[in-house]
Design a protein around this ligand. Structure first.
Ligand code: NAD
Length: 518
C-alpha cells in the first residue's frame, strides 16, 4: 500500500487550486496516479475568465516591464533559492500527479534552478541595447532595443509538468513579459506551486495567471489574448497551435514529439551503452520527448548487447513508492496505458517478438506497464512509425554505418538521437549526418538538454524554434530598430543632378566595400 506524502494535505492542495480563475464552478477531478484517489477538484477556466486573466496579467506587466533587468533578476535569484529550499515538496507534487518514480521527479525539479541560473547570468547582455552601424558612415547609427512581447501563452504537457511549465515561464518573465500558463489538467499542482514561489520571490501579483481546462476549450481564447505562444506537446496539437498563432498573427515556438534513435556503433563500450539504454528506454516510464524508441546496434555486437540489455531490464525495480528506490514508476493515466497496450498488441499481431515485458501491471497500480523490449518491429506497426510514449523499445541490427544512419533518419521526426562510440571525433561526424535537433554522444539526452547555453529544439515534424540558448530568451522579445541620422545627406545635395548623385553613390558603395566600412 502506497502512503501519500504527509506534505500533501487537503488544505495545501486547496490553497493551490484557489489560484485558478474558474467563475463557472466547473471542475476537473485531479487524481493521485498510484491509487486513483481524488486529490482536488480543479477549477476550469471559461473564455470570460481567460479574457479577465489576460487583462490582469497585462496590467501587472506594465509594472514588471518597467523594472530594470537588474531588479527583475533580483526576484529570480530569490526564486532560485526558494525552489531548492522547497525541492522535496515539489518532488512530492510532481510524483503524486504524474505517477513517475521519485528519482525522475527530483531530477525534473532540478531543471528550474539550472535554467534560471543560466539566464540570470546571460540576460543582462542579451537584453541590453546594442548599437549598430547606420547606412551613412559617421553620420548615422541604429540601436537595437529589446522589448517584451507583452503577454506570453505557455501551454505545457503532463510528462514534465513542472519543468516544461515553469522553466519556459522564467525566460519569458526575465524578458519583461506577463504569462498565461496552461498546464495539463492532470498535472496542474506542481506548476501552481511554482507560481506561488515566484510570487513569494517578488513578482507583481497577477503577473502569471494559471489557466486550467481541456486544451480545445481554452486554446482559442488564450491565443486570442496573448502576444506569443510557447507550446510543448504532441505534433498533432502543435499543428493546431501553429494555425491559431497564424490566425492571430503572433509568433510561436513549438516543441513537439519524437521517435528517437540510438545508434550503437561497432566500437562502443557495450556495458555503458546498455546501462544508458535502460534510462533511455524506460526513464520516466518512457514518457520523455527525447527518450529512445528505436535502438540500432551494429551486427557484430548485437547479440551481446541484446542479451545484456534484456537481463538488466528484468532486474529493474518497477513499483509505486514515494522514495528513491524504484527505477521506474507508473504511466500517467489508464487512458495512456491503454494506448501503450494497443501499440504492443498491434506489434505482436503483426509479427514482432517480445523479448521481455509486454504486459500491463494492475497489481502495481492502475496505469503500470512493464518495461518492454521488442524485436522485429516494422514501419507498418504503430510502434514502428509513431510515438508510443511508453516503456517500449524496438531493437534493430545494422551492418554498415551508412545503413545505420539511413535507418535513424527514416522517420518524420527529428527531436533527439544518441550515438555511441569510443572514437569521439568519428561519433561527431556521424552525429552531423543525423537529421535531429539534438544529438547526444555517449549519452541519451541529458548532456544536450541540460546544456542551457545551446538552443534545443526539434527538426522536421518535431518542432519549430527552440528553448534554451540566446534564442530561448530573445524569442520572448521584439526587436525595435531606432535609427538616427545626424544630417540629411541621403539624396542629391543642392543642385546636384540625380545622374551625378547615382554615380557618387556607386563610388561610395565600392569604397565602403574596399575599406570594409559597410
Ligand atoms: P498534447 O499535445 O495532447 O497536450 C499538450 C498540452 O496542450 C496540454 O496542456 C493540452 O491540454 C494542451 N492542448 C491540447 N489541445 C489543445 C488545443 N487545441 N489548444 C490549446 N491547448 C491544447 O500532448 P501530451 O499528450 O500532453 O504530451 C505528450 C507529447 O508532448 C508527446 O508527443 C511528447 O513527445 C511531447 N513533448 C515534447 C517535448 C519537447 O520539448 N519537444 C517535451 C515534452 C513533451
Amino acid at each position: 500500500m502506497t502512503t501519500r506524502p504527509a506534505s500533501l494535505t487537503p488544505e495545501f492542495l486547496d490553497s493551490l487550486v484557489k489560484r485558478v480563475p474558474g467563475s463557472t464552478g466547473n471542475t476537473w477531478k485531479l487524481t493521485e496516479v498510484y491509487t486513483g484517489d481524488l486529490l482536488v477538484e480543479l477549477p476550469q477556466s471559461s473564455e470570460a475568465d481567460i479574457v479577465k486573466a489576460s487583462a490582469d496579467a497585462r496590467a501587472a506587466q506594465e509594472i514588471w516591464g518597467s523594472w530594470s533587468v537588474k531588479k527583475r533578476l533580483g526576484v529570480m535569484k530569490k526564486f532560485h533559492r526558494l525552489v531548492i529550499d522547497n525541492q522535496m515538496l515539489i518532488t512530492d507534487l510532481i510524483q503524486a500527479e504524474s505517477g513517475k518514480n521519485r528519482r525522475m521527479a527530483f531530477e525534473e525539479s532540478c531543471d528550474i534552478p539550472m535554467g534560471t541560473s543560466h539566464y540570470i547570468k546571460r540576460a543582462p547582455k542579451l537584453l541590453k541595447d546594442s548599437k549598430h552601424a547606420g547606412p551613412v558612415p559617421f553620420l548615422s547609427n541604429s540601436t537595437e532595443v529589446r522589448r517584451p512581447k507583452g503577454v506570453v501563452a505557455i501551454i505545457a504537457p503532463w510528462n514534465f509538468p513542472f519543468a516544461t511549465g515553469v522553466s519556459d515561464t522564467i525566460p519569458a518573465l526575465i524578458a519583461g513579459n506577463a504569462v498565461l500558463l496552461k498546464p495539463d489538467n492532470k498535472t496542474a499542482l506542481s506548476p501552481l506551486f511554482g507560481i506561488q514561489l515566484l510570487e513569494e520571490a517578488g513578482i507583481p501579483p497577477g503577473l502569471v495567471q494559471v489557466i486550467c481546462g481541456e486544451g480545445p476549450d481554452v486554446g482559442g481564447p488564450m491565443l486570442a489574448n496573448a502576444n506569443y505562444v510557447m507550446f510543448t506537446g504532441s505534433t498533432a496539437t502543435g499543428r493546431v497551435i501553429g494555425e491559431l498563432a497564424g490566425k492571430n498573427l503572433i509568433g510561436a515556438c513549438l516543441e513537439l514529439g519524437g521517435k528517437n534513435p540510438m545508434l550503437v556503433l561497432e566500437d562502443a563500450n557495450i556495458d555503458e551503452a546498455v546501462h544508458a539504454a535502460l534510462f533511455g528506454s524506460f526513464g520516466n516510464s518512457g514518457q520523455i520527448c527525447m527518450h529512445i524508441e528505436r535502438l540500432y546496434i551494429h551486427d557484430s555486437i548485437y547479440d551481446e548487447f541484446r542479451d545484456k540489455f534484456v537481463a538488466e531490464t528484468q532486474k529493474l525495480n518497477v513499483s509505486a513508492a514515494y522514495d528513491f528506490l524504484p527505477d521506474m514508476g507508473s504511466l500517467v493515466s489508464v487512458d495512456h496505458k491503454d494506448r501503450v497496450v494497443s501499440h504492443v498488441e498491434d506489434a505482436k499481431a503483426k509479427g514482432a517478438k517480445v523479448l521481455t515485458g509486454g504486459n500491463a501491471r494492475p497489481d502495481l497500480g492502475p496505469a503500470f506497464f512493464e518495461p518492454t523490449i521488442l524485436e522485429g518491429v516494422t514501419k507498418d506497426m504503430l510502434a514502428g512509425a509513431t510515438e508510443t510514449f511508453g516503456p517500449v523499445v524496438g531493437l534493430y541490427r545494422f551492418k554498415t554505418e551508412d545503413e545505420g544512419i539511413a535507418l535513424a533518419n527514416d522517420t518524420d521526426y527529428g527531436l533527439n538521437a544518441s550515438v555511441w562510440s569510443k572514437d569521439l571525433n568519428h561519433a561527431g561526424e556521424v552525429a552531423r549526418r543525423i537529421d535531429s535537433g539534438n544529438v547526444n554522444i555517449n549519452d541519451i539526452l541529458a548532456t544536450a538538454y541540460a546544456s542551457k547555453g545551446t538552443p534545443s529544439g526539434g527538426l522536421k515534424q518535431s518542432g519549430v524554434g527552440a528553448r534554451h540558448g540566446d534564442q530561448g530568451l530573445l524569442k520572448y522579445t521584439d526587436a525595435q530598430n531606432i535609427g538616427v541620422l545626424k544630417k540629411q545627406v541621403m539624396g542629391p545635395q543642392g543642385k546636384q543632378t540625380y545622374d551625378a548623385y547615382a554615380k557618387q553613390t556607386q563610388t561610395s558603395l565600392k569604397i565602403m566595400r574596399k575599406t570594409r566600412l559597410r
